[in-house]
Design a protein around this ligand. Structure first.
Ligand SMILES: NC(=O)c1ccc[n+]([C@@H]2O[C@H](COP(=O)([O-])OP(=O)(O)OC[C@H]3O[C@@H](n4cnc5c(N)ncnc54)[C@H](OP(=O)(O)O)[C@@H]3O)[C@@H](O)[C@H]2O)c1
Length: 258
């Protein structure tokens, strides 16, 4: 059974892999045996995370701002300097912006859309040669997008650009699954509920009790919840799953938003 989830010999890129949900994904991939490239704007914090994770496996830190197409292309070129094949791409980097509708700024809309919806598309595009090279018959390369419960149901918080960007990445996942399946690449998304992270710090400080009370499972997410979903979608166990948006939320998206 372990062999079904074995990722030894696989190469992965996790954007924003140095902290929060990206770090949970990176840790899972390393524990399953993959080499993982983690990339975000702050190279020094990626290096710190890579040092801390190094006893689990090979981790390489790269510094790139993915909010522009050029940034996505420069990360892809950097990965291509190191590797001829890529097997797993986790598009995790993300940003949120909340403001009342009367004051919601263009800056917040663009920030959310650029990083949460546009970057996964253009990074996937830029990495297609490596992903195609990594695909094997019966063992496709994998793209895993990180969406959100806020893209599944209407949130109560005023995060208009964020929730729209997450619904967009869910649908882009389905569109790309059909486009890239014939090239030997699956495209899936996970839609997390609340997890501890820098992005969620203020929200959880105020609302964790209420979120836990509303959750059918009576808790927020934990590291292994992300690790398990990402390893499943990356491994032979998940090879026939394509175009799925998997809520990793304990069922929170099925109940009315707080
Ligand atoms: N935590 C939750 O409850 C939750 C729930 C649903 C969905 N999510 C999603 O999970 C993903 C990770 O979020 P998180 O909660 O772990 O938050 P986080 O701790 O704030 O992580 C965000 C990550 O994105 C990176 N990033 C931000 N701007 C970037 C840019 N311009 N270029 C490249 N990387 C950039 C950050 O690194 P740098 O600052 O170094 O660039 C960081 O690694 C996001 O897509 C988020 O929407 C989170």
């Amino acid at each position: 059974m372990n062999e079904l989830f074995d990722l030894r010999g696989k190469v992965a890129v996790v954007t924003g892999g140095g902290r929060g949900i990206g770090l949970m994904a990176t840790t899972g991939l390393l524990r399953a045996g993959a080499t993982v490239y983690i990339a975000s704007r702050d190279l020094s914090s990626c290096r710190e995370a890579a040092d801390a994770l190094s006893e689990l496996g090979r981790v390489v830190a790269l510094g790139h701002d993915l909010s522009s197409v050029e940034g996505c292309q420069s990360l892809a070129a950097d990965v291509a300097q190191h590797e001829a094949n890529l097997h797993i791409l986790v598009n995790n980097s993300g940003a949120a912006w909340g403001a009342p509708i009367d004051d919601y700024p263009e800056k917040g809309w663009d920030k959310s859309m650029d990083l949460n919806a546009k970057a996964p598309f253009f990074l996937t595009q830029a990495l297609l040669p490596l992903l195609t090279a990594g695909a094997r018959p019966g063992d496709p390369s994998r793209v895993i997008n990180v969406g959100s419960v806020d893209g599944l149901r209407v949130p109560r918080s005023s995060n208009f650009g964020y929730s729209a960007s997450k619904a967009a990445i869910h649908h882009l996942t389905r569109v790309l699954a059909v486009e890239l399946g014939p090239r030997g690449i699956t495209v899936n998304a996970i839609a997390p509920g609340p997890f501890q992270s820098k992005m969620m710090e203020a929200t959880l400080k105020e609302f964790e009790h209420a979120l836990v009370a509303a959750s059918p499972m009576g808790r927020i997410g934990q590291d292994d919840d992300i690790a398990g979903a990402v390893v499943y979608l990356s491994s032979r166990a998940g090879a026939f799953v394509n175009g799925a948006v998997i809520p990793v939320d304990g069922g929170l998206s099925l109940v009315p938003a707080l």
